[in-house]
Design a protein around this ligand. Structure first.
Ligand SMILES: [Zn+2]
Length: 276
């Protein structure tokens, strides 16, 4: 049986040299139970490799998610960008279903001059994606818009909640480092985490909360660089994060996005176990 909170890397483990689609065995051997396949720079994985990834993850009990391409911008005022974004999200759902991904993580886009208009356009784009999926053979998909790290990006906590409330098949990805960075050091105490998680609990019906974690460096406009867990100069704090998740009683998947990926995911896992 899976633990209540499971951990895994955002992408291929640091010292693993095999193909990304065969990583679940290595990840499970390390003692981790989740794996976010990275397609940020494009959906290059074929059907055959996707199927192998699904088989391997079932066999080794590793929960798969996929990070869709960064290019997506649901709220662009350029029609071509919108159409490309619809296409990419649709294809991500296809590939995601093939590899058995329980979440399709994506960055929703950028603000236009009017923030309200931004959300309206993003929602209308999502409707088009869902229509396209309706007419396809895809049946199993959960889109997971992520809280983003820059002030210019659509994706503060309330944007993500608004999108997830509006549509079926939508669950949030809570990147706590991004929330920390976009508000220039938002998370200082355990209570700051509690506020985030209790807002989510109040607004959404969460069965498993998908999270990203890393320490992060930021400038005025938001995120600058991810840092590993041993770089204590940078927040947010991992212990408060896990304590708050435990107190909120969430089932959660924590994907580690620090430069040390799986190695830091293991540190988070051990820290979690020490708190139980
Ligand atoms: Zn993230």
């Amino acid at each position: 049986m899976k633990s209540k909170i499971i951990f895994g890397p955002a992408g291929r483990p640091v010292d693993y040299n095999g193909p990304a689609y065969k990583a679940p065995e290595y990840i499970a051997d390390e003692g981790l139970s989740a794996y976010e396949y990275q397609a940020g720079r494009g959906l290059r994985i074929g059907e055959k490799s996707s199927n192998i990834l699904k088989e391997e993850s079932d066999k080794h009990d590793v929960l798969i998610s996929i990070h869709a391409p960064y290019f997506i911008n649901l709220s662009s005022n350029n029609k071509k960008t919108i159409n490309n974004s619809i296409d990419i999200l649709f294809k991500s759902a296809q590939v995601g279903e093939c590899m058995g991904a329980y979440r399709i993580v994506f960055h929703p886009g950028y603000y236009l001059k009017s923030k309200e208009n931004t959300l309206k356009i993003a929602k209308s784009t999502i409707n088009k994606v869902l229509e396209k999926i309706d007419q396809s053979e895809i049946t199993n998909f959960t889109f997971s818009p992520e809280t983003t790290g820059k002030k210019s990006q659509l994706g503060n906590l309330s944007d993500i909640i608004a999108i997830c409330r509006e549509f079926n098949n939508f669950e949030p990805t809570i990147d706590v480092a991004h929330l920390h960075a976009r508000d220039n050091g938002l998370i200082q105490t355990k209570n700051d985490y509690n506020k985030i998680f209790s807002t989510i609990e109040d607004e959404l019906d969460i069965k498993r909360l998908h999270c990203h974690f890393t320490r992060i460096e930021y400038i005025k406009s938001g995120e600058r660089r991810h840092h590993s867990l041993n770089e204590l100069d940078y927040g947010p704090d991992p212990k408060y994060f896990l304590e708050s998740l435990i107190e909120c009683d969430f089932k959660a998947t924590v994907i580690c996005e620090s430069p040390l990926l799986d190695q830091d995911a293991l540190i988070l896992k051990r820290l979690y176990e020490s708190l139980l």
